[in-house]
Design a protein around this ligand. Structure first.
Ligand code: FPP
Ligand code: MG
Ligand code: MG
Length: 384
């Protein structure tokens, strides 16, 4: 029974599915090489927020009773070849006891415990989104030379850059195999394009081509570039996986578009709040599970700073040299905190969160739809 005005807990709505998420992901990551196995599974041992799979599962349920498409069912999964990426299994041909047991799950099966409104393929999609996200974190921590992730030493610190990069690649490989086994060309294309988008977003962040570093001036392009980067780096995975969930559920085209619009707007809101928290959490407080103020230290000008810069041209010089001189980071931080950059960022994020809610207004009323709305509320209330 849904009670008006009482907040639903999104996690409870798809709790049964979420309970098996980490175990299933670890199954997708088994490798015959014991060290690769450890590094690949490293970020699955700390409890992440699992926002992307949660959204995929909520979207799957929320669209299960929405309009369906006459889209023809595609070919059912053929016999998948045995784990193609565990060459050590070859040893089992010669010596069965050398088998690594690195069995890769075949096509997703429905489980007796599973929620009937969520298809096995949608459950697997949820796992794939977390794999891609985790791969990007492994690489991101190398690029950012991060020391910690989720209050523990980051993979690059524990295992070194080489193994962290390779483990990220391994996750992408396994995600691709799982994706291919869904046997849905449109969904494969969507998620493959996400991987490219993540790299494009990271590249835009690395090398800002909208900025003349010798003489940076704030223009409309500055904000547009930042938002495009933000879509690619953060919103693409959320929006395209929401779209893919609707597609796997054979939703009608307008439902597919709504799912995408929801994910895109929520994804943008989510990253804007993230960029805000990097300023509002006190430095070194550990409240985020990582040091706050990290963006400026990395030379990154995110939304709060861009809005401050719009009002105070003095910031341009600091942006140009990427806050690299002694005292730059502190000065930039103070100027941002004294401006209304944080409020403007919050207002922009709220606008996107509202758009996300609006995108799914025509979905049939159900608990999962309430859960999707609540995810927008939670995104705006987030403190870490
Ligand atoms: C976290 O951002 C990083 C991302 C959202 C994406 C990073 C993308 C790449 C490194 C490109 C390679 C992609 C793949 C799929 C291998 P952040 O550094 O702002 O956040 P953090 O505080 O969590 O580190
Ligand atoms: Mg980082
Ligand atoms: Mg980064």
């Amino acid at each position: 029974q849904r009670l008006a005005g009482i907040a639903v807990d999104p996690l409870r709505i798809v709790g049964k599915e979420m309970k098996f998420l980490t175990k299933n992901i670890r199954q997708l990551l088994g490798s015959g090489h014991p060290i690769l196995d450890t590094v690949a599974k490293y970020y699955t041992t700390s409890e992440g927020k699992h926002i992307r799979p949660l959204l995929v599962l909520l979207m799957s349920r929320a669209t299960s009773n929405a309009a369906k498409s006459p889209r023809q069912d595609q070919l059912p999964p053929q016999n998948p070849i045995d784990d193609p990426i565990s060459p050590l299994n070859i040893l089992a041909d010669i010596n069965p006891s050398a088998s690594t047991n690195a069995s890769f799950p075949s096509s997703p099966q429905s489980s007796p415990l599973a929620d009937s409104s969520i298809l096995p393929s949608q459950r697997r999609l949820a796992e794939i989104t977390e794999l891609i996200h985790t791969a990007s974190l492994l690489h991101d921590d190398v690029i950012d030379t991060s020391q910690t992730r989720r209050s523990a030493p980051s993979a690059n610190i524990n295992f070194g850059n080489k193994m962290a990069v390779l483990a990220g690649d391994f996750l992408l490989g396994r995600a691709s195999v799982a994706l291919a086994r869904l046997r849905d060309a449109e969904v494969i294309e969507l998620l493959a394009s996400v991987i490219a988008n993540l790299v494009e977003g990271e590249f835009m962040q690395l090398k800002n081509t909208a900025l003349d570093e010798a003489q940076p001036v704030f223009t409309d392009d500055t904000l547009a570039y930042y938002l495009q980067k933000t879509y690619l780096k953060s919103a693409s995975l959320i929006s395209k996986s929401c779209r893919a969930a609707a597609l796997l559920g054979r939703s009608a085209p307008e439902v597919v578009e709504a799912a995408y619009a929801y994910g895109r707007n929520l994804g943008l809101a989510f990253q804007l709040v993230d960029d805000m928290l990097d300023y509002s959490a006190s430095p070194g407080s550990g409240a985020l599970g990582k040091p706050s103020g990290a963006d400026l230290e990395l030379g990154l000008a995110t939304a709060p700073l861009l809005f401050a810069w719009k009002q105070n041209q003095q910031l341009g010089e600091l942006v140009g040299r990427k806050f690299s001189r002694e005292g730059d980071v502190q000065m930039a931080r103070d100027l941002v905190l004294r401006s209304d950059g944080l409020e403007q960022t919050r207002a922009l994020a709220q606008g996107y969160a509202d758009k996300a809610v609006d995108a799914i207004r025509t979905f049939p009323e159900c608990e999962a739809k309430d859960g999707l709305v609540e995810m927008c509320v939670k995104t705006m209330k987030r403190r870490k």
